[in-house]
Design a protein around this ligand. Sequence first.
Ligand SMILES: NC(=O)c1ccc[n+]([C@@H]2O[C@H](COP(=O)([O-])OP(=O)(O)OC[C@H]3O[C@@H](n4cnc5c(N)ncnc54)[C@H](O)[C@@H]3O)[C@@H](O)[C@H]2O)c1
Ligand SMILES: [Zn+2]
Ligand SMILES: [Zn+2]
Length: 391
Amino acid sequence: MKAVTYQGPGQVSVENLSQPIIQDPLDAIVRVTSSALCGSDLHMYEGRIPPEIGMVFGHEVLGVVQEVGSSVRLIKSGMRVVVPAHVYCGVCVNCARERTAQCLTMRPGRVGAAFGYTNKGNYPGGQAEFLRVPFADANCMPVPGKPGDHWEDDFVMLADGFVSGWHATDLARVQAGSTVAVFGAGPIGLLSAYSALLRGASLVFVVDNVPERLHLSQTLGAIPVNFQDGDPVDQILAYRRDSGLPPGETALPGVDCGIDAVGFQALDRIHPSRENPSQVITDLARVVNPGGSLGIIGVYPKKDHSPSPVGGFADGRLTVPWGLLFSKGIALGLGRTPDRRYNRMLRDLILTKGAHPGKIVTNHASLHEAPEAYKKFAARRDGVVKVVFVP
Ligand SMILES: NC(=O)c1ccc[n+]([C@@H]2O[C@H](COP(=O)([O-])OP(=O)(O)OC[C@H]3O[C@@H](n4cnc5c(N)ncnc54)[C@H](O)[C@@H]3O)[C@@H](O)[C@H]2O)c1
Ligand SMILES: [Zn+2]
Ligand SMILES: [Zn+2]
């Protein structure tokens, strides 16, 4: 079968590999119909969190079950299923508590696993024609319809993008009426903004410097803020003051909730050609109102193989304005997405409420086009925001 593999920093190639087979009675083999490209793939692709040479990328899979092992009870051949980014057992104590990104089974002696990810259990990813799914009853979420129908792009977003965007709004404690600032207008920032609006947020700002991405945020109902036009915090405060703060609330010109959908490869706003890993958290600490909350969905790794000379450390340390966060009493939430907590609920929002996370998909590509797609996505060029591979 064809699969997208890591070949060193900035290089992927499409290889012919043998098709996965059932290795355990609880496995299923899924024929992939859509598999998306994520900003998390870029951290690996760029060699910052490098996987082993030859690892198959991809942790956002929609497909059809081809075959199931003899102990699989609920999932049957022919079912259309979404497979979550973080692979889990479904029965350990953390899975029972819906902390599936911290499953205790999939990486014995360690915590949490994922498809196609560095140091996450060596589970080959799904940017391929077929995927082996362990603990298939837990990891295959059935969805209706047929491959290629009008839900195809929406459902593949349930594997990671939509659940992670929603998780970001949980981490940031977004409620009906909240004012929200999302930093990053990549797929995760866009779907965080979309989730915040679905939850009834009153005002959602999205900060980035890529015009096509900011435009997309506007079509979702957010207010775009280009950091190249000036300090984004000042722009948000000015917008709030100009549109009139409620009486008695002039000391609260920021927002209730902040979301970091950028992570450790944040660009320095003044010199956007270089990174500054504390840029976004520093800006969010300034823009979130006292008593507000901050959700960090962007990745901050434990080890960075090529840390930024400005504020970066190989061991994942980060300098953040702790005093400002403390004095404002800002609640912090961060970490990987517990997929199972959200995926069925969000599937049902798609099916019954017309939620349409697939509207952020800008490109469909064959697996052969992966090297070019990775290059353009990494460079944020040509309007490429969310790529879905159709094997
Ligand atoms: N926690 C999880 O489980 C989880 C799941 C999925 C993705 N992620 C992480 O979320 C992050 C975003 O993913 P993505 O797919 O949207 O990636 P992406 O790389 O497409 O998006 C990042 C965006 O941030 C923008 N940006 C850079 N510096 C900025 C700054 N100073 N201010 C504002 N915007 C800035 C970039 O222009 C880009 O549009 C990544 O770190 C990814 O690894 C985490
Ligand atoms: Zn991802
Ligand atoms: Zn588990």
